[in-house]
Design a protein around this ligand. Structure first.
Ligand code: ATP
Ligand code: MG
Length: 388
């Protein structure tokens, strides 16, 4: 019988009647994450997702790594399987937990029995397997109160499983179980992290990038594509919407007072993002904004940007320190790409003295010379979609 992976579901267990559809989303997401790693069967039974290799080509080590990125899973165990027989279970535990048992000083066995036809109670099974393990590994004593190692035995419908020491899963909720949002993805450090965090809450994301060629280079765009690809490990497949932003920025530069450049530019980003949201069924806009980090991220500046749209703006990084964000970016694997030195459109035509505490009316007045609707429509027409 084959090694399998047991994925313990997180918050979805709490979701009552919706549980089935959550589970189906999660199973689909796990299947997609395993594409390219061989043939697996993925199924859900009793709040656990099982990943079973179907042939020799299935790469279990790679699968074990890959499922650690999938949202909706709290714990992952690599378990060995055997017949549902007490002696087969004890023999398997002795074999497959050898290293753990030799290392630990104390242990206990915890059994679960979802197949109620199994002839022993959970307590009897734990005592039996515990006794056999203690005899095989006299270095490790039974301690039911504070054991160094917990050995898990599960008697389920298809087989019995033995495993110890699960690793942590990614947590959160399955992507697709909590709606759709547009995520503004620059090439910086912050926005890949904010995208990750909202995906973690079960939201499917549509990444949008504003591109100001030739002020920002082709490489800057490649960098955003690369960041998007890294994020697909967590977010699933996505389509990046690249919005041509050059004309809007030139119009702002030519017709608006300099101190408002960034604010007006951000208002255009929001309007365009909201249009994309309306076309795609998205119900929110995600940004990597962070209170006080730059001039455009004061409360007044944010108010003036958000005044042009009605969708909620989700800013998961709003209260984090830069250092925490960087740690996060390293953990999810986007940091090294984010720090590649290509310009973003935010650093083109930056005002020397930006308004940090603007009144809404001032910004509206500063913007009055622009043909807002036409510029938005033109940008939307020029969108390039890139499958990640
Ligand atoms: P980041 O590291 O994500 O670039 P930042 O601290 O540099 O963030 P800003 O440049 O002010 O902050 O941008 C704030 C947010 O606006 C970004 O986190 C991102 O969500 C969005 N944004 C900025 N520039 C772009 C762009 N060119 N395309 C899409 N979204 C952008
Ligand atoms: Mg930026």
């Amino acid at each position: 019988m084959n090694d399998i992976l047991l994925l313990k579901l997180g918050e979805i267990v709490l979701k009552g009647l919706n549980r089935r559809s959550f589970e189906a989303k999660l199973v689909g997401n796990v299947r997609r994450r395993l594409i390219g790693l061989g043939n697996f069967q993925v199924s859900c039974l009793q709040s656990t997702v099982y990943v079973e290799p179907l042939d020799e080509n299935a790469d279990m080590d790679a699968a074990f790594e890959a499922v650690q990125d999938v949202f909706g899973i709290v714990k992952i165990s690599r378990a060995s399987a055997c017949e549902k027989d007490k002696d087969a279970i004890a023999k398997l535990a002795i074999e497959c937990l050898r290293e753990d048992m030799l290392r630990a000083k104390s242990f206990k066995v915890e059994s679960k029995r979802s197949d109620k036809r199994f002839p022993m109670t959970s307590i009897q099974l734990s005592q039996y397997v515990g006794g056999e393990l203690a005899e095989a590994y006299p270095n490790c004593v039974v301690d039911v109160h504070n054991p160094e190692l917990t050995v898990n035995v599960e008697v389920r419908d298809l087989a019995a499983y033995v495993h110890a020491q699960p690793v942590d899963g990614a947590g959160g909720m399955p992507v697709g179980s909590n709606g759709i949002a547009v995520s503004l993805l620059s090439g910086g450090i912050d926005s890949p992290v904010s995208t990750y965090m909202i995906a973690k809450r079960g939201v499917r994301l549509i990444p949008v990038h504003f591109f100001s060629f030739p002020y920002t280079s082709q490489q800057a765009k490649e960098k955003v594509i690369e960041l998007g690809k890294i994020l697909t490990a967590y977010c699933g497949a996505m389509t990046l919407e690249v919005v041509p932003f050059t004309h809007i920025q030139e119009e702002i530069r030519d017709k608006c007072p300099e101190e408002y450049f960034t604010l007006i530019m951000r208002r255009f980003m929001m309007r365009i993002a909201q249009e994309i949201a309306n076309r795609t069924g998205a119900r929110a806009i995600v940004t990597g904004e962070n209170l006080g980090q730059v001039a455009s991220q004061t409360m007044e500046a944010m108010a003036s940007t958000q005044a042009v749209i009605s969708l909620p703006v989700l800013q998961p990084l709003v209260g984090m320190d830069k250092e925490e964000i960087v740690r996060f970016a390293r953990k999810i694997g986007t940091f090294e790409t984010s720090i590649l030195p290509y310009e973003d459109c935010c650093t083109v035509f930056t005002p020397r003295h930006p308004r940090t505490h603007p009144k809404l009316e001032e910004v509206e007045r500063a913007e009055a010379a622009l043909a807002v609707e036409e510029l938005v429509a033109e940008a939307l027409k020029g969108i390039e979609q890139i499958r990640l």
